[in-house]
Structure formats: C-alpha cells, structure tokens
Design a protein around this ligand. Sequence first.
Ligand code: 1CP
Length: 348
Amino acid sequence: MRSSRFLMACRREPVDVTPVWLMRQAGRYMPEYRTIRARHSMLDAIRTPELACEITLQPVNVFAVDAAIIFADILPILIGMGLDLDFVKGEGPAISNPVRSPADVDALRMPPTEENLPYTLEAIRLVRRELDGRVPLIGFAGAPFTLASYAIEGGGSKHHVRTKSFMHAEPDAWHRLMDKLATVLGEYLVAQVQAGAQALQVFDSWAGVLSPADYRAFVLPYTQHVIERARSTGVPVIYFGTDLNGMLPLVRKTGADVFGLDWRIGIDDAWHQLGEDIAIQGNLDPVTLLAPWPEIRRGIDDVLMRVAGRPGHIFNLGHGILPETPVDNVRRLVDYVHTWGTGEKSDG
Ligand code: 1CP
C-alpha cells in the first residue's frame, strides 16, 4: 500500500491512511547525508548519479515515508544555459555572471535536457531500479519565476529588488527570459518522467513576493505552460509556493493537480478558496518539528482535523525541513500520521 497511496491521494482517490513525505527529506538534518557531504561538494553529489541515488534513498530507508524525491536542485539547469553556478559553503547558491540586461537574456542557451542534465536523468533511472516499487519517485524543477529570480539576483534574495525592477523596466526582455525558462523547464520535467519519475513537483518558492497583478501579467502564463507540459506526461503535478495565500484563485489557474501549501493559512480555509476539486499537500510549519513531541502532535492533529477526511491530502511541511530538526521527531511524525484515525496508537 505504501507504494501507491501517495499517487492515489494526488488523484484525490480514497486511501487507507494519509500519505506523508517531507520537502528536503534528504538533507543536512540526517547524519548519513552529512557523511556524504563531508567528502563531496553539493554539485558533485548532484552530478554523480550513484551519490544522488544513495542520498535519495536515505530517508526512504530510515522513515516510512510514502514517496522518494530525486536528490537534485532547482538551480543546476542554469549551468547549461550559460550561468556560472556554485554552492558556497554557509552562503548557499551563487551565480558569478547573473542576467542583468536584455543582451544577457538573449545570450542564454537552451540545451536539450539529455545534454544539460544527463546525471539527474541517470540518477532517476538508478533510483527506480533500487526502489523496486517500494514507493513512487518524485521528479522536480523550479518554476520560471523562481529560476528567473536566481538568474537575475545571482543568489538568494530577501526583497527581489533586481528581479522586480528588471520585470518592470525591461518587460520585453523579461517575457523572453520567462519564455526560455518555461521551454527548458517543461522539457526537463518531461525528460524526468521518461527516465522514470512517477510524479512531478514544480517549486515556485519565491513567487509570493509578487503582487497578484504582477503574478498574473508577468508569471502565470509561463507557470501554466510548464505545468501543461508536465501534465501531458500523465503523471500528477504538484505546484508549490510560499506566501501565495492572498492569490489562491490565480494558483488554481496554474492547472496543477496538487497545490503545495505553506503554513500561513489553515488548510481548510485554503481548500475553501481553491475549490474542493484539487488535492493539497501540506502544511505543518517546519519549525514545529523542533518543539517537544506534545507540541508537534498538536500541530499534526490541527492539520488533520482541518482536512476532516477529505480525499486528496498529502501530509507534508509548509516548506523544507530545517537542518536543525531532530531525526527522531521526523520518525515520530511519519508514524503518527500513518496511525491517525485508525484507532492504533503511535505516540512515538
Ligand atoms: O548540503 C547542502 O548544502 C544542503 C542544502 C541543499 C539541499 C539539501 C541545497 C542547496 N539543495 C538541496 C537539495 C534540494 N533542493 C532538493 C532535494 C530533494 C529533497 O530532498 O527535497 C530540492 C527539492 C531542492 C529544491 C530547491 N533548491 C529549492 C526549492 C525548495 C525550497 O526550499 O524552497 C530552492 C529555493 C533551492 C535553492 C537552494 N539550493 C540550496 C539552498 C541552500 C537553496 C536556497 C537558497 C536560498 O535561500 O535562496
């Protein structure tokens, strides 16, 4: 049953118990992950299919999670497009030649996925073989806006001033940039399904910095294109973003099968606004996982009580798991979600 309840919930079919996985479930909070990262850089780990495969399987082997997500990142796709990306220790991603002018946009290359990201496609094939049907494998990509923001800012950003200024000052170049990204990202997602991914997630982590009017005019058509290409493969597509709760009707227009919700809104309220005919993934505050167990349990109960037995719920955090999260709390969360409402006791 573990092998299918995640995909069934994505399609809003009834399931035995609520499926659960965690964004960034492979990561620094796991000692097994830190051991590998002590010997290999982030880019090396992503570009070596055997390492990416091993890291992908770590949480699946330790916890009863209902899905695996391929170990990769949203940013390496920019390397083949001509941007010089590195992950700087303690600082996160850094691009030394960011997009700052219309000419920079026109210089971006659009290599086919097999040429740009062969290592991730190979990692997907390896993971599918190793999983042998235990749980489905999720492939993913960034959404055009979130990728554009890294390409323009050159790294993480608080206010996304350069991104929004470029959008407003150079609308033609902005649309050309988004068009290029949407094409390349759509092809990447399709290639991941061809390699074996059984569901897809599109990460639009920073789209919530935009006003609804700017999102609609400068972003939505490109998000729609990517999700349409992804859905053409037949696998369920999850659209995730944070701070989008003031524009849920626009989120609905992306066409995704599942919306990944942050914790800043009750899941029942979000469902009411999105419409009941979409699945929702979420939405526990990741910081809750640092609390004592009774507080974590209260947070899980609150989410599941608001879901109230609706079909189409995948339990997850509202954003990625934090590096300081105790491993034992993750184990207890996964087990507790699986026994919720069954009359069985799992209090850790
Ligand atoms: O070893 C390390 O340095 C740990 C940090 C790390 C990890 C574990 C980075 C650097 N990337 C990853 C892997 C990763 N990234 C996955 C793996 C699959 C999983 O287990 O979930 C995924 C899905 C991502 C996606 C990703 N990368 C997003 C979208 C999700 C989100 O958290 O919003 C973003 C924004 C990135 C960029 C990125 N990569 C890494 C960091 C530290 C960042 C964020 C930098 C910033 O704050 O702007």
